[in-house]
Write a protein that binds this ligand. Structure first.
Ligand code: DGY
Length: 322
């Protein structure tokens, strides 16, 4: 039987590409330059399914232009805010994501951001690289430790829970808020305290980590009102999505000292981030590296392919979104 044809919009790690090629005739875009939406829709005419990334914004107008025969889209990401699921449902397009591979890698980056922001690692690196280090000094780049500090985790899915475990190893006092409360035995095993509202969580968070998916309900929730509820000099980190944060309000709070620092891996409008962040010493910034570990990126590929395999086998996608 002839192999089904799939479009993969970016080169993936070798193991994922090899597995894709075993099963499918792969139309692989080089990523150089990034595939445009028009090119993706053009290539979609001659393939049976799409495996795409968070860079390919599939809003309703794009889904509406999808060739009629495309009924399977799998995204190489846990996030799916780049795909209009309602539009996909209306067109009978099955959609799946890659939800598990990212977990530990993203939680690790959250720890890196906490440490980077609290221990002023970015400032130190910039000082050293610009050959401006005058040598060790008692008051040079003095930050603060993590132990004993209250960490508030907003969004307690797999990544939030993995972060809680890591943070407990640093002796942090871990609190969380999520619309789904974990069972009491799990909270006990993790050593975490539940808050019934985001406001309550904000009010105790000396460190505040954003780990919730971006939805129309919480978009830009981290604004001046949220910041006003936090302890003076708190530290905020974001490994989820940039559009959860009101950049102007965060930048103002970092400038005034209301917040001590921020560790950010994701940004609204990536890769053109708010210029204000570049000028602040108290930001520790990474270019969306959350899942950038080979173990994670391989598994993301396998999960995305599991969806496509299930679709062609006439089964439900294992990581079904629509
Ligand atoms: C995701 O998977 O949604 C991350 O943001 C990138 O890996």
């Amino acid at each position: 039987m002839a192999k089904k044809k799939i479009l993969i919009t970016w080169p993936l790690p070798d193991a994922a590409m090899a597995r894709a090629r075993e099963t499918y005739e792969v139309v692989a875009h080089s990523g150089k330059p990034q595939i445009t939406i028009d090119e993706m829709l053009e290539k979609a005419k001659s393939v049976d399914a799409l495996l795409l990334t968070l860079n390919e914004k599939c809003r309703k107008d794009v889904i509406d232009r999808m060739p009629e025969h495309i009924k399977c889209i799998s995204t190489y990401s846990i996030g799916f805010d780049h795909i209009d699921l309602e539009a996909c449902k209306a067109r009978g397009i099955k959609v799946g994501n890659a939800p598990h591979g990212v977990t530990l890698a993203t939680a690790e980056i959250a720890v890196l951001l906490m440490l980077g922001a609290a221990r002023r690692a970015g400032e130190g690196e910039r000082m050293l690289r610009s050959r401006q280090w005058p040598g060790w000094q008692p008051l040079q780049l003095v930050g603060r430790r993590l132990d004993g500090k209250k960490l508030g985790i907003y969004g307690f899915g797999k990544i939030g829970q993995a972060l809680a475990k890591f943070a407990r190893a640093f002796d942090m006092d871990v609190h969380y808020y999520d619309i789904y409360r974990q069972p009491a035995d799990k909270e006990k095993a993790l050593g975490v305290t539940y808050h019934p509202s985001l406001d309550s969580l904000l009010s105790v968070s000396e460190f505040f980590s954003i780990n919730a998916p971006s939805t129309p309900e919480n978009r830009f929730f981290f604004n001046k009102d949220a910041i006003a509820k936090m302890p003076q000099g708190a530290i905020v980190i974001n490994t989820a999505r940039g559009d959860l944060v009101n950049d102007a309000d965060l930048i103002a709070a970092l400038k005034s000292g209301r917040l001590a620092s921020a560790g950010l891996d994701v940004f609204f409008g990536e890769p053109k981030i708010n210029e204000g962040y570049y000028d602040l010493d108290n930001t520790f910034l990474l270019p969306h590296l959350g899942s950038a570990a080979i173990e994670a990126r391989n598994q993301m590929g396998f999960e995305a392919l599991d969806n496509v395999d299930a679709f062609f086998a006439g089964k439900d996608m294992p990581f079904k979104l629509a």
